[in-house]
Design a protein. Sequence first.
Length: 339
Amino acid sequence: MEETLERWRSEKTASYLSGAVAASEPDPAKAALFKKMADAAEEQAGILAKGLKQVPIFKPSLRSRITAFLIETFGPRAMKPVLSASKVRGVSVYGGKVQEGHPWPTSIEDVGRRHKSYGSGALRAGVFGVNDGLVSNTCLVMGVAGAAAEPSLLVLTGIAGLLAGAFSMAAGEFISMLSQKEMFEHQISQERDELERYPKEEAEELALIYAARGLPLPEARDVATKLIANPAQALDTLAREELGLNPEELGSPIDAAVSSFICFAIGASLPIIPFVLGLKPAIPIAAAIFGAALFIVGAVLSLFTGRSALLGGLRMLLIGSAAAAATYLIGSLFNVSTS
C-alpha cells in the first residue's frame, strides 16, 4: 500500500511538472507533447488510486514548486537534469530534432547511438579535477609561503593539502555518484513496473515523443509499437527516450572516486615539486609551473566550450594567478619566519 501511494505521488508530481513545462515551452509541438504527458501521468495516477483505500489530496512539494518556478524562469531545456530526476517523461525531446532522411530507431542499438556520451564526461571531470587540485593547493602553498615559512613546512602543508583535498573530492564524488545511480535505478525500476501495468499507454507516450521530434504520428506509433513489443529492449528504450537515461552508463561510484582522487592529486602535486626537490628559487619555479599548468588546463577546457584555446588558456592563467597572488599577499601579513 505504501509503495502504491509513493507511486501515486510520483505520477501526480510528474503531471504537475509536465504541465509547468507545457506552460513555459515556446515550441508549440513540444508544449503539446508535455501537455499530453501531463494528462498521461494523471491517467496513470488514477489507475494507481484504485489500489488505495483512501486517496489523499495532492499538494506539490516545496521541491516541486521551486522546480516549477525555475522552469518558468530559465526555461524547460535548462532544467532538463532536474526534470529527469523528477521522472518527467519526454525530456529526451531536448536532445534535438532528428533531421529529415535520418533513419528512425527500430532497435535498442539505434536508440542507444543517440544517447551515448563517448566518454566525454569522464574527460571533462578529469580536467576539472586537475584544475581544482592545482589551484586550491597552489593557493594554500603560496599563502603559507607568503608568511615566510620554512621549506619543510611548505612541503608538509602541500602534502597535507593534497591528501585532504584528494580524499575530500573522492568521498564527495563517491556519495554524489552513488546517490545519482540509486536515483536512476529507482526511476528505471518504476518504468519497469509501469511497462508491466500499462504497456499500451507507455507505447503511446513513446510515440508522442517521436512525433514531437518530427516523425508523423502514425509512423511514430508504428515505431513505438515495434520497440515496446520486444520485452528485451522495451525497458531500455523507455529509459532512454522517456527519462533521457542510458541504462548502460549510469556511472560507477568507485570509478568516480578513484578518478577524482588521482586527478586532484596530480594537479595538487605540481606546486610542491620545487620544494620537494629542493630547487632554488623555489617560489618562482613553483609559480612558473603553476602558470604553465593553468594555461594548459584552460586550453584543454576550450575543447568543451568551443572557444579559442589561446583565449581559454590566458583566461585561466589570469584568474588562477590572481587567486595565488592574493593568498601570497595575505600570507605575507602573517610573517612567521625564524632567524
